[in-house]
Design a protein around this ligand. Structure first.
Ligand SMILES: Nc1ncnc2c1ncn2[C@@H]1O[C@H](COP(=O)(O)OP(=O)(O)OP(=O)(O)O)[C@@H](O)[C@H]1O
Length: 585
């Protein structure tokens, strides 16, 4: 994952172009509005001059009316063109960023397990939110300000020379002298202000951590301690904020002095020209007007420069993610599984290392054949490779050597989505989404009807507790199922798998202790679920191994022994030891 550096080649913003091009109508409308508003901005000083020199000087009522009408007309064009420009470019920004987000999200969804192991989900979310937000600002305003400023600076520079070449020569020296100190001051200000934001973030992080663990804080009676730490963090934030405010005040004073000083100098020089009859008053006004517009635009350009750089960095990070290729893909012409799938599973001499742990094999020459309808229990110490068997069967990873087959086909020749459709997974810690109980169960099959849902709930032994919830199936379960007990969460997951009704079942039995009643309900639900399916279960309970057709003992990614409970107990060794520790106490 690229780090969060704040500078990047501006070229990375090119990656935005394909997204902008999709909305070429909006883009064109924006350019037209921009041309109109820039032309009106540049015409405004000229209109003002006409108003002064022809309107006032000529003294005629008609001329005054016409001059003021012209000025108002230009202002009107400026008003509407500016509104249109704002509208089109802001909408363009929203659309572009929505497209970018949608594409990035769908890309992240298909990237393989290896990629998601390497990258923290929090960072991916921040690409999707913070970086995309930066780009919204860029397309929706920064880009607009930058282009508009370039046009205005160029235009006003040309007009300054047209208006008065002599004064323009002075201005050419004067504008940079005025703008440069302001830009330098601004840059320093940003540095201080970033430090100030960091201090505030520190204080926020502290508060978030302690409020998230408020029970621990209270249990240790550490409220005064945490209060002290938070006050310290705030004090340090105020210290840096004070520096920022002070610097900002100085920059403001300097900026006003320089800007008005420069205007005064130009007016003073111009006033002499007017008095000497070398220049009309209106021309002087027009000149000052252009100088202010041009200078303001240079300032605006300097302002947005930093933002453009930050956006380039954001786009760089997003492009990098978009270029990630999933390691697990469907072949060009995938084979179809038989319909219905029989559920004949084969691991043939499979060796696999996780990319993150190249020195240690998760599976070594692992072979296993599970026949249709058979239930095999995997037993072994922690880290033996049991969950890895599941991951390979779901094709979250591909083995380095050996083959995994479903109904005789190498699973690399199948479409991963079709393969996964035929497998139901009930993990040890099921994922409960922050949605209603109904939506959580329907995740197994989105188009299930009410009767199918009802049957699944009943067979998962979940009716009693679901109906006791305040709104039954429509009750929101809270983030990560916070409002359910462990046994209830498992039964939701079982109902989900029942609804999916896949021929192959991968079951990771929960190790956490449930109370006797909950335990019995879960066991009964699992029995219903396993009926008529090829099942591999990572077993932690005696009841489960006793019911399995076959027990496979694993250690260090290998099969150590196979047989029934009695056979394996009689053999002694690892199984007998595990049984004594796990099942028989
Ligand atoms: N995503 C991963 N990245 C790197 N190494 C992993 C990953 N998942 C598992 N491993 C390693 O692979 C080996 C096998 O792990 P696996 O999860 O298959 O064991 P397990 O038998 O299911 O263990 P447990 O019963 O504790 O869940 C372990 O050494 C583990 O540390």
């Amino acid at each position: 994952m690229p780090d969060t550096q704040s500078k990047a080649p501006l070229g990375s913003l090119r990656g935005l172009w394909p997204f902008v091009r999709r909305h070429s109508g909006l883009f064109a409308a924006w350019l037209i509005a921009l041309a109109c508003s820039s032309a009106a901005t540049l015409a405004l000083p000229a209109a003002a001059r006409v108003m002064i020199d022809q309107g006032f000087a000529s003294g005629g009522g008609d001329a005054i009316d016409r001059a003021f009408l012209l000025l108002f007309g230009v202002a009107l064009v400026l008003a509407f063109a500016t509104a249109a420009r704002f509208f089109f470019v802001s909408l363009l920004g929203e659309r572009v960023v929505a497209d970018l987000r949608a594409q990035l999200y769908s890309h992240l969804l298909v990237l393989d397990a290896g990629f998601h192991d390497r990258n923290r989900s929090g960072e991916l979310v921040s690409r999707l939110t913070a970086d995309a937000e930066l780009l919204r600002g860029t397309v929706g305003s920064t880009m607009s300000v930058a282009l508009r400023s370039v046009v205005t600076v160029t235009g006003s520079l040309v007009m300054l020379f047209v208006t008065s070449p002599r004064l323009a020569a002075f201005a050419l020296v004067g504008i940079p002298l005025t703008v440069l100190p302001i830009v330098i001051g601004g840059r320093r200000l940003r540095k201080i202000s970033r430090a100030s934001q960091d201090r505030i973030a520190d204080a926020n992080a502290l508060a978030a951590e302690t409020l998230g663990a408020v029970r621990t804080v209270q249990a240790h009676a550490r409220e005064p301690y945490e209060r002290g730490r938070f006050s310290e963090a705030l004090k340090s934030a105020i210290g840096t904020a004070r520096k920022r405010i002070g610097a900002q005040a100085i920059v403001t004073a300097v900026a006003i002095t320089l800007v008005f000083g420069a205007i005064t100098v130009v007016l003073w020089l111009g006033a002499h020209d007017v008095v000497a009859g070398r220049m009309k008053a209106g021309v002087l006004l027009q000149f000052v007007f252009y100088a202010v517009i041009g200078g303001g635009s240079i300032g605006a350009l300097a302002e947005v420069w930093n933002e453009v750089q930050r956006a380039a960095a954001g786009m760089g990070r997003i492009s990098e993610l978009l270029q990630e290729q999933p390691a697990i893909t469907a072949p060009a012409s995938p084979k179809a599984l038989p319909s219905p799938v029989h559920g004949d599973l084969v691991f043939d001499d499979v060796t696999f290392h996780y990319p993150q742990r190249p020195d240690q094999a998760a599976l070594t020459h692992f072979s296993l054949h599970v026949r249709p309808g058979e239930t095999v229990a995997l037993v072994g110490p922690s880290g033996a490779g049991k969950s890895t068997v599941f991951s390979l069967l779901l094709r979250f990873h591909d083995p380095e050597s050996g083959v995994v087959r479903v109904d005789g086909d190498d699973i690399r020749t199948l479409d991963p989505a079709a393969l996964r459709e035929s497998v139901a997974l009930v993990p040890q810690h099921p994922t409960i989404f922050a949605a209603t109980a109904r939506d959580n169960i329907r995740y197994g099959r989105l188009d299930a009807d009410a009767a199918q849902l009802d049957t699944a709930v009943r067979n998962a032994h979940a009716s009693d507790f679901i109906h006791a919830l305040p709104e039954g199936l429509d009750t929101e379960l809270g983030e990560r199922g916070a409002r359910l007990s462990g046994g209830q969460q498992q039964r939701i997951a079982i109902a989900r798998a029942l609804l999916k009704d896949a021929p192959i079942l991968l079951l990771d039995e929960a190790t956490s202790a449930l109370d006797a009643q909950s335990e019995r309900a879960v066991q009964q639900a699992l029995e219903t679920l396993m009926q008529g399916r090829t099942t591999i279960v990572i077993a932690h309970r005696l009841a489960t191994v006793l019911k399995a057709d076959r027990i496979v003992v694993m250690d260090h990614g290998r099969v150590m022994a196979e047989g029934t409970h009695e056979q394996l107990l009689a053999q002694g060794g690892l199984y007998a030891e595990l049984a004594k520790l796990q099942f028989l106490d």
